[in-house]
Design a protein around this ligand. Structure first.
Ligand code: SF4
Length: 309
């Protein structure tokens, strides 16, 4: 069988080892060298180009259905659990908590839950919206496991590496949020970041108020492609007397976007985290669709107030 292997950045170091193991079984194996950050970004076009029969995607669970033979190989990591003891101090006073984690630690969720229950907490595990598949699992773009139970809990707990995942959950919930980083032996209340990110969003919106020419980003990645939304936004902008063009790329290169000097602002329809995490990489404001709506509302209010003066 002709097989294309696709590894996320953190697992690319395993490519040769895995390719050799399949070759020993008689498969013809290729490795995708393109960057990838999620199962929203399957290398199906590359697989078709090299006439592969199958794509093996490592490190993520299925994101959505596609019309190609894809095998998902999850990559589980056993994180040390001793740090949980430490987190009890931060969680004192919170009787009911939710726990969320990434696919890498989802197999440890029952143990983490059991620990807190033994220590007198009521634990509620939420359901994802659909891109993530397991209860308690979150992705950068699917934080349903936290937000669906926000009203029912006193605090949220994230167990896993880094701030990328808990940040999405934090911005879509309202309760105290404790991030447990087992690899750095760190327990941290991160609620303060809500205000930081709210101010950043407000700042972008205010910078875009004077914008007249908008570039709308559409990704060709299979799980991020949203041409319908882009077409709606373009129509909306033009209906408001503004100029807009749809900009298409697989992975957006911020240097190229910065070279597009005609545009006063960009609107993201690809991975929703681009307009949260990458805003300092463009010279012009990089808005989400909701932020664009806010910009248009303020523009209209300003126009109305001018005509009534
Ligand atoms: S957060 Fe972005 S990169 Fe990650 S799975 Fe969602 S769309 Fe893909």
């Amino acid at each position: 069988m002709r097989i294309l292997l696709q590894f996320p950045e953190g697992l690319k170091q395993k490519a040769l080892e895995y390719a050799k193991s399949l070759e020993k079984k008689g498969d013809v194996v290729f490795v995708s060298a393109s960057p990838t950050f999620g199962a929203c970004d399957l290398a199906i076009d590359e697989a078709r180009n090299i006439k592969a029969d199958k794509l093996i995607h490592f490190g993520h669970s299925e994101f959505h259905k596609v019309d190609f033979n894809v095998e998902y190989v999850p990559y589980y990591i056993d994180a040390p659990l001793e740090i949980l003891e430490e987190s009890l101090k931060e969680l004192s006073g919170f009787g009911t908590i939710s726990i969320v984690t990434t696919v890498q630690h989802i197999h440890q969720l029952d143990k983490v839950k059991g620990f807190y229950e033994k220590n007198g907490k009521k634990v509620i595990i939420g359901k994802p919206f659909g891109f993530a598949k397991a209860n308690g699992q979150i992705l950068g773009c699917d934080v349903g496991s936290a937000s669906s139970v926000d009203k029912l809990v006193d605090a949220h707990v994230y167990f896993g590496g880094g701030l990328f995942h808990p940040l999405g959950a934090l911005l879509n919930t309202t309760k105290p949020f404790v991030a447990i980083e087992p690899f750095e032996n760190k327990v941290e209340r991160i609620d303060g970041l809500r205000e930081t990110y709210r101010k950043r969003s407000r700042g972008k919106i205010m910078r875009a108020i004077e914008a007249r020419r908008f570039g709308i980003l559409v990704s060709t990645k299979n799980g991020q492609h949203n041409m319908n939304l882009a077409a709606i936004l373009k129509k909306k902008l033009e209906g408001n007397g503004l100029d807009a063009a749809i900009l298409v790329a697989n992975t957006f290169d911020f240097m190229s976007l910065n070279n597009m000097l005609e545009f006063d602002a960009f609107v993201n329809t690809a991975c929703p985290r681009v307009s949260i995490d990458d805003i300092e990489r463009t010279r012009k404001p990089l808005l989400s669709a909701n932020e664009l709506m806010e910009v248009l509302k303020i523009k209209q209010e300003l126009a109305t107030s001018k005509t009534t003066k």
